[in-house]
Design a protein around this ligand. Structure first.
Ligand SMILES: Cc1ncc(COP(=O)(O)O)c(C=O)c1O
Length: 225
């Protein structure tokens, strides 16, 4: 596939009918969102379920559960490798999902959408792929004190090979990223996990990375994306 792969227009499917038209876009209707997730019908220890571990494992809305179940019940086969009807259906579903995601994210090319099993695999892919190719001795990789190990260990391994140096933006006393002195990040990590959501928009910006010619990398599970 050398030709640029066209990205289809993103068309939202089945917008639920019960969304009132006068709700401003920035208001999140938590009750309506909860109703999409069957697991929130559970009552545990006498209380409706509240789940806060989404970065580790996200709960699934009904339509995802139904789509996965339908795939295993009706179409399961090897994508890209089976030249029979089920194989073709599996390939179509797989590539269809990639095209929809590309349209949703506004990607320039569907080939830029890469499926991985999770954050750790994604970070290793970037650190071992992009990092090993473009980082050189003395380059700085700017992380923060709120990183999960999945976004530290891959960079430590790449730093060992390339000679790049890891720097960490510290946290303020109330656990926010301390962006007051971005020019002097620390060179050690406190090795304690945090549960914070990073200030994606105010954080390390593209213009600060540009002198090194490198892009910022937002870890979606922590950045509230
Ligand atoms: C906050 C946070 N980030 C990242 C990860 C790693 O995610 P994954 O299991 O998708 O590699 C976890 C896993 O528990 C996590 O809790």
């Amino acid at each position: 596939m050398n030709e640029r792969s066209e990205v289809p227009e993103y068309v939202p499917e089945d917008v639920p009918e019960d969304v009132p038209e006068d709700v401003p876009e920035d208001v999140i209707d938590a009750e309506r969102i909860r109703r999409d997730f069957p697991i929130f019908e559970r009552v545990i220890n006498g209380h409706p379920l509240v789940y806060l571990d989404s970065a580790a494992t996200s709960q699934k809305p009904r339509r995802v559960i139904d789509a996965v179940s339908d795939f295993y019940a009706n179409h399961n086969a090897n994508a890209h490798r089976g030249i029979y009807q089920l194989g073709e259906e599996a390939t179509e579903a797989f590539e269809g999902a990639r095209a929809k995601l590309a349209a949703f994210f506004g990607a320039a090319d569907v080939r830029t959408i890469v499926f991985t099993r999770g954050t750790t695999e994604s970070m290793n892919l970037v650190a071992q792929g992009w990092g090993r190719k473009f980082l050189h001795e003395g380059d700085e990789v700017l992380l923060t004190d709120m990183e999960h190990h999945s976004n530290i260990v891959p960079w430590q391994l790449t730093a060992q090979v390339t000679g790049a140096v890891l720097r960490y933006i510290p946290l303020t006393d109330d656990g926010q990223l301390d962006l007051s002195d971005l020019e002097r990040p620390r060179n050690d990590h406190p090795a304690r996990p945090t549960d914070r959501v990073g200030p994606c928009r105010e954080g390390p910006r593209r213009d600060r990375c540009r002198p090194a010619g490198s892009p910022p990398l937002h870890l979606g599970d922590r950045a509230g994306l």
